[in-house]
Ligand binder design. Sequence first.
Ligand SMILES: C[S@@+](CC[C@H](N)C(=O)[O-])C[C@H]1O[C@@H](n2cnc3c(N)ncnc32)[C@H](O)[C@@H]1O
Length: 247
Amino acid sequence: MVDISFQDYRDSHKGPSKVKEYDPQFWISGTTNHLFWEIERILLKEIIDKMDPYPKRALDFACGTGRVLSFLEKHIEETHGVDISSDMLRVARSRCKSSSLLEGDLTTNPALLDKRFDLVTAFRFFLNAQPTLRKSALEAIALRLKKDGLLVANFHLNPLSLTGGYLRFRYLLKGTKRRAMLTLNEAKAILEDSGFEPVEVRGYGYLFHRRKYVRFIRLRAPLEKVLSRTNPLPSLAMNFLIAAKPK
Ligand SMILES: C[S@@+](CC[C@H](N)C(=O)[O-])C[C@H]1O[C@@H](n2cnc3c(N)ncnc32)[C@H](O)[C@@H]1O
């Protein structure tokens, strides 16, 4: 499957222009990424609510501008975020009022954090990170996760989804820029190879999404929400949340 990665993903979100390009897409009503972010909040809350005991301390790995962290801090007593990019963290600091935020790289400096967490989230990280970084990030997360803790990892472009299939067709036809993609099995294998056991998979983004804005949103947004809650065939959805436990 197509898997194009940055030379070193650690450098991918440095610089103010990257932040400007990245952050707004999740907050503009009517866009595909805004819809997916709405769905992610619903699914993430469902996963958290099922945890027994309910998590008290969470870490958002590669928290970026604090999108996911700002949600976690509404539901979890103690929340932390870590990211390598000072530019992304500047926005996270203004968005996340009760979380502790750390700038640094747990993969090269494990001493950065000494706490253990009930829950670790990592959104929009593994798909584009190069394989060596994926592996060292999972090792760093495993070190910080409690024995009965949970990792919730997000993967955001499946080549077997309608949208992924369309993009692959376009590469062939027009030679357009290739984007990283991972199937559900590939995503699960990445976690398994690093000592995690997937315990739940939630798929979302079943319909075809070609544009920045969702077409026929009044019809398609509720349909996407119903599909994400019924979770009929996650291996064909565009995005996944995979909840995994350390083996
Ligand atoms: C696409 S952004 C995702 C941000 C956030 N998780 C979200 O979903 O909105 C990827 C983030 O990974 C961060 N990153 C890359 N390598 C990292 C590392 N080794 N440790 C921590 N963060 C890292 C980047 O700086 C960037 O903020």
